[in-house]
Ligand binder design. Structure first.
Ligand code: GAR
Length: 192
């Protein structure tokens, strides 16, 4: 199963996927390409470290969505990778229907809350401020509804009285680093 990862940030989840692959724990999945929409994204440093091509792809002209010329650019570059699965690992842009039609049923997203609670930006901060006792992370199929596609799996994290936003974020990220590679491994076994 050929996997393309898209990200915008530090890339700790892409790193968890690549570490799982190195440890033989990613089933038949293989990361073939990483793309970032920011030239200075930390996720790009994983390329040389893990021997995977990692490239900045210009998303212009929009700031928060992948549309127009940027969308075309991404569709062409990702199609050339012949992907079976596209993983949004901290890719902070709204995905539009044309992209989803080009890769129908192949796009999954990681979100830092127990959806359908706290969709959108800052899922961890939203849960912390609301005072819920459990939050966590979700891996779901991407549809045109933001953070609304079918849920593939979730992991729960308890929010203790002593938790700060920072300690909660660390717990949610640790849960993500276990959940996302496990979902990819499972999908790869299903697709065999
Ligand atoms: C992760 O916490 C992921 O759930 C979140 O961005 C972070 C990326 O971290 N994604 C979203 O909020 C998407 N709406 P990383 O770059 O270290 O993997």
């Amino acid at each position: 199963m050929r996997v393309v990862i898209l990200g915008s940030g530090r890339g700790s989840n892409a790193e968890a996927i690549l570490l799982a692959q190195q440890a033989g724990k990613l089933g038949s999945a293989q990361v073939v390409q990483i793309f970032a929409d920011k030239p200075d994204a930390g996720i790009l440093t994983l390329g040389p470290r893990f021997g995977v091509p990692a490239t900045f792809l210009d998303p212009a002209p929009f700031k928060t969505k992948l549309d127009g010329a940027g969308e075309e650019h991404y569709i062409a570059a990702i199609t050339a990778c012949q992907p079976d699965l596209i993983v949004l690992a901290g890719f902070m842009r709204v995905i539009k229907p044309r992209f989803l039609e080009a890769f129908a049923g192949k796009v999954i997203n990681l979100h830092p809350s127990l959806l359908p609670s706290f969709p959108g930006l800052d899922g961890i901060g939203q849960a912390f401020r609301r005072g819920v006792k459990y939050t966590g992370c979700t891996v779901h199929e991407v549809t045109a509804e933001i953070d609304g596609g079918p849920i593939l799996d979730q992991a729960a994290v308890r929010i203790e009285e002593s938790d700060t936003l920072e300690s909660l974020a660390a717990k949610v990220h640790a849960a993500e680093h276990a959940l996302l590679p496990a979902v990819i491994a499972r999908l790869s076994e299903k697709s065999r």
